[in-house]
Design a protein around this ligand. Structure first.
Ligand code: SAM
Length: 290
C-alpha cells in the first residue's frame, strides 16, 4: 500500500516538461552568477536547494517531446549571437550546459543542483531537498558517492527554516517551488522571513511565476512589509501579459552581491531579445535597499 504524499507536495508537477525553457534559463543564469561571485573568496560556501527536482533532464525523452519548452529556451540561446559582454556573463552557465552535451547536440539539461555542482570548487557543498518520492530517488542516484552533495527527501519549506544558517556561514538558498498549490505565495514570504531571522546575511534566490499580475503585486507588497532589507526584484517577460498564462519569470534576490544588479542590467535585455515569444520585456528594481 502506498503512503499518502505530504499535503505540501503537488504530485502533478513534473519539471521534466519545463526543463530548459525560458524560466530555467533566466533562473539558472542568475544562479550561476551568484555562484561565480561566491567563488571569488577561497572560503567554502553552501547552497541549499529547497525544491531541487531530479538534477538531469533528458531533452529527447517523452516529457520533453510532449512539451518541448526547451526549444524556445536553451535551444534558442545556444544558437543566438550575443553581445560580448552578455556572452562573458553567460559563459559559466553555457559551459555547464555544454558539459552535459559533449557531442555537440543538445540532448540533456542540468537542473539547479547539477548546474551548481558543476560550478563548485572542491570545498563547496550542496544540500538538496526533494519531496516527490520518485524524483528524490533519481536525484539521490545522480549524486551517489559525491561527498560534496547531500540529497534528502524532505519538505523544502521545513528545510528553509531548519537548514539555516549553514555551518559554512556563507552561501545561498534557492527556493523554487512549483507554484501549483494555493498558499505558495504566502508560504514563500513567511518562509523567507523566518529563515532571514535565523540567517540575515545569506543570499536567498526566490523564483516566482509571472502569470497573475494581481498575485505578483500582492507578493511584492507582502515582501516590502516583511521588513527585510536588500531585496532585488528581477523579471523577464517573453510574451504578452495575459492573466492565466505563464508569460514571464520573476526572481527575488535577498542580499545580492554588489555586482549582480549591473550584471542583470546586461543579461536581462539580452535574454529578452533572444527568448521573445511575441512581446518581451524586463524589470530590475530594488524592493528594499539598505
Ligand atoms: N529547482 C529545480 C531546477 O531549477 O532545476 C526545479 C524544481 S521544480 C520547479 C520544483 C520541484 O519541487 C519539483 O521537483 C517538485 O517535485 C518539488 N517539490 C514540490 N513540493 C515540494 C516540497 N514541499 N518540498 C520539496 N520539494 C518539493
Amino acid at each position: 500500500m502506498g503512503v499518502a504524499p505530504p499535503a505540501s507536495l503537488s504530485m502533478n508537477y513534473r519539471h521534466a516538461f519545463h526543463a530548459g525553457g525560458f524560466v530555467d534559463v533566466m533562473k539558472h543564469v542568475t544562479l550561476a552568477r551568484l555562484i561565480e561571485y561566491l567563488k571569488l573568496k577561497p572560503a567554502a560556501f553552501r547552497m541549499i536547494d529547497t525544491h531541487a527536482g531530479i538534477g538531469r533532464y533528458s531533452l529527447t525523452g517523452d516529457e520533453a517531446k510532449r512539451s518541448p519548452e526547451w526549444l524556445d529556451g536553451i535551444g534558442r540561446l545556444l544558437k543566438a549571437k550575443l553581445k560580448p559582454e552578455a556572452e562573458t556573463l553567460l559563459q559559466p552557465y553555457l559551459e555547464a550546459v555544454a558539459s552535459e552535451n559533449r557531442n555537440g547536440t543538445l540532448a540533456r539539461y542540468p537542473g539547479s543542483p547539477l548546474l551548481a555542482r558543476k560550478l563548485f570548487r572542491p570545498q563547496d557543498r550542496l544540500s538538496a531537498l526533494e519531496l516527490h518520492p520518485a524524483d528524490y530517488r533519481r536525484l539521490r542516484d545522480l549524486f551517489e558517492g559525491d561527498v560534496q552533495v547531500r540529497v534528502t527527501e524532505l519538505d523544502g519549506w521545513l528545510a528553509l527554516n531548519a537548514y539555516v544558517p549553514p555551518k559554512e556561514k556563507r552561501g545561498l538558498v534557492l527556493v523554487d517551488p512549483p507554484f501549483e498549490e494555493a498558499g505558495e505565495w504566502a508560504r514563500m514570504v513567511e518562509g523567507l522571513s523566518k529563515a532571514h531571522r535565523k540567517w540575515a546575511t545569506g543570499i536567498y534566490l526566490l523564483w516566482y511565476p509571472l502569470k497573475e499580475p494581481r498575485e505578483v503585486n500582492g507578493f511584492v507588497a507582502d515582501l516590502k512589509a516583511a521588513g527585510i532589507t536588500r531585496m532585488l526584484r528581477a523579471e523577464l517577460s517573453v510574451a504578452p501579459a495575459v492573466a492565466g498564462t505563464l508569460y514571464g519569470s520573476g526572481l527575488i534576490v535577498v542580499n545580492p552581491p554588489y555586482t549582480l544588479e549591473g550584471e542583470l542590467k546586461i543579461v536581462l535585455p539580452a535574454l529578452a531579445a533572444v527568448l521573445e515569444q511575441g512581446k518581451a520585456g524586463h524589470r530590475l528594481e530594488w524592493i528594499r535597499g539598505e
